[in-house]
Design a protein around this ligand. Structure first.
Ligand SMILES: *[C@@H]1O[C@H](CO)[C@@H](O)[C@H](O)[C@H]1NC(C)=O
Ligand SMILES: *[C@@H]1O[C@H](CO)[C@@H](O)[C@H](O)[C@H]1NC(C)=O
Ligand SMILES: *[C@@H]1O[C@H](CO)[C@@H](O)[C@H](O)[C@H]1NC(C)=O
Ligand SMILES: *[C@@H]1O[C@H](CO)[C@@H](O)[C@H](O)[C@H]1NC(C)=O
Ligand SMILES: *[C@@H]1O[C@H](CO)[C@@H](O)[C@H](O)[C@H]1NC(C)=O
Ligand SMILES: *[C@@H]1O[C@H](CO)[C@@H](O)[C@H](O)[C@H]1NC(C)=O
Ligand SMILES: *[C@@H]1O[C@H](CO)[C@@H](O)[C@H](O)[C@H]1NC(C)=O
Length: 465
């Protein structure tokens, strides 16, 4: 053990005791959530010297920032604590990129479809929760979600494996030859929610298309007990990478739950239920959530994987809200997991930093970070899914239409965010579009790509270090 680590353990071993929560008391949940949220924001870099608005400290990637802002937006929605609302709003608007579609040039060396997808999903949540609308001269939440949808769906690739999105957007990034489930799960989830919010059938068709492709490609199917797999090799469409991750299950359960609510079509309830049954086998032990692909006998989760339980918690929360048949099962596990998560929140300089191992409830200095804070925050605050503090009071107008109430809003039930079906750039690959490359000039395009790549790498070499 390193000396510094030993000292910090000795220092905090006697003073720190884990967080404890009364899950029947919303005030107790909110007070604990505020402590965890504060710990999460310790990793925020935007207002520090040399930091960038919207980004968290090294080594957290841009995508995770997008997901973390959803955790923080929900923190306000569930607890009513608006301490960080201005920071969240500023971050979401700073990173929109030149065409207001979450393709900022700074991220060209890392941004994949999944990365863009998570920012789009956060914008969608802002629309559904009537989060403070941007100014008239700024892009609106719904617009941003639509722009992400439009640019992602434009990249749908029928040339390989019969459809699906590749992991990467840009050919020069590692992983361009891989179709990962999470990119397609983001498209599915976003399309489902855009359909519910706007009622535009195009989004429903895309949600169906994304689901169908994942099923046909073998990433998500009945024979496999709906244990959703990581992805498939573009050069060999039967070569499936078998890892199972909570967040993939979450994206599909959540999207299906939204679709059931929007369509009343039992098919979506059944699909969500099937995935949930698959999750019960894999992702819980004694009702406590576990990221099983990297938390077996030894913990091996990387920085990304350490926040997946946050995303899963968020989406099973929606499933509990919209699907009465599995509601009690989900809530039982959200409760047990929240208690278990908070038992790990007993270290660090604040004395209640959270850790990864919810099964044992032990704290370890080796397993703390943005992902651990996000996961503890979301599993806890989703216990407020049926009584969010900021849900508008339901009102019924003269025509009997009800607005507000528990649950994400739509255009017809009080959502005020404005969008446009044509949002975003007209190109799936705006960096190349900006250079005006013609399809007939492939060789030239290759050279320009190389030059552009050198430029991007030259200005951002430190990002790869
Ligand atoms: C709201 O959150 C902030 C930051 O975590 C915290 O300092 C404050 O006490 C919270 N307010 C309430 C009323 O819980
Ligand atoms: C892009 O990177 C530069 C240099 O670090 C920074 O000043 C700028 O704020 C960044 N912009 C975005 C949108 O991240
Ligand atoms: C494609 O992947 C499958 C599964 O990994 C493997 O059995 C098969 O040999 C691969 N085919 C080729 C042509 O590499
Ligand atoms: C109620 O319905 C009438 C007739 O369709 C419509 O003109 C009116 O705007 C509706 N009122 C509200 C508050 O939606
Ligand atoms: C959709 O969800 C809301 C709760 O947000 C609920 O009141 C409503 O009855 C649901 N509709 C359907 C068709 O299940
Ligand atoms: C949404 O926010 C707007 C602007 O703050 C407000 O006027 C409206 O009443 C809110 N809608 C609901 C359903 O609470
Ligand atoms: C529905 O969405 C599609 C795709 O964005 C768009 O082309 C179409 O115009 C939209 N329809 C309406 C009625 O807004």
């Amino acid at each position: 053990m390193k000396l510094t680590r030993l000292i910090s353990r000795l220092l905090f071993a006697t003073t720190a005791s884990a967080l404890t929560v009364d899950l029947d008391d919303p005030e107790s949940i909110s007070a604990n959530a505020a402590l965890i949220a504060q710990g999460l924001m310790n990793y925020y870099d935007g207002h520090r010297y040399g930091g960038v608005v919207g980004m968290f400290v090294f080594p957290y990637y841009w995508w995770e920032a997008g997901a973390a802002w959803n955790s923080m937006l929900d923190f306000w929605y569930y607890t009513g604590n608006d301490t960080y609302n201005d920071v969240v709003k500023e971050a979401l608007l700073y990173q929109v990129g030149k065409n207001n579609d979450y393709l900022p040039v700074n991220q060209s060396t890392t941004e994949g479809n999944d990365d863009q997808g998570f920012w789009g999903i956060t914008a969608m949540a802002a629309a559904e929760k009537n989060f403070s609308n941007p100014g008239k001269d700024e892009p609106q939440w719904l617009y941003l979600a639509q722009a992400v949808f439009n640019t992602m769906s434009a990249r749908w690739d029928t040339d390989n494996c019969g459809g699906g999105l590749r992991w990467q957007i840009y050919t020069w990034n590692n992983g361009y030859d891989y179709k990962n489930t999470v990119s397609n799960g983001c498209l599915f989830n976003l399309a489902a929610r855009l359909y519910r919010y706007t009622g535009n059938d195009t989004y429903l068709h895309w949600a169906e298309k994304a689901w169908d492709w994942c099923e046909k490609s073998g990433l998500l199917n009945k024979e496999d007990h709906y244990h959703i797999r990581d992805g498939v090799d573009v050069n060999n469409c039967t070569n499936i990478t078998p890892y199972v991750w909570t967040y993939n299950a979450g994206l599909f359960i959540g999207g299906s739950a939204f679709l059931y609510n929007a369509t009343s079509d039992e098919q979506w309830a059944t699909r969500a239920k099937n995935i949930w049954t698959g999750c019960e086998d894999l992702f819980f032990q004694d009702d406590k959530m576990v990221e099983i692909s990297c938390q077996q006998t030894r913990i091996t989760c990387n920085n990304d994987q350490r926040c997946f339980k946050a995303i899963f918690s968020r989406f099973i929360g929606y499933a509990a809200l919209f699907l009465p048949d599995i509601r009690d099962d989900i809530m039982k596990k959200l409760r047990a997991s929240a208690t278990a998560a908070l038992a790990t929140c007993s270290g660090g300089s604040d004395g209640h930093t959270c850790s990864i191992d919810w099964l044992t409830g032990s704290y370890s200095n080796d397993w703390i970070g943005l992902g651990e804070q996000m996961s503890a925050l979301e599993v806890l605050q989703n216990n407020l899914i049926f009584n969010p503090k900021m849900a508008p009071k339901p009102t019924t107008n003269e025509n009997g239409t009800t607005s507000g109430g528990v649950g994400p809003l739509t255009h017809d039930t009080g959502g005020t965010s404005e969008g446009s079906p044509d949002a975003g750039s007209s190109s799936a690959n705006p960096l190349l579009m900006n250079l005006d490359i013609k399809g007939s000039d492939k060789a030239g395009a290759g050279v320009i790509t190389a030059v552009l790549l050198i430029g991007v790498l030259g200005s951002g070499w430190w990002m790869l270090a």
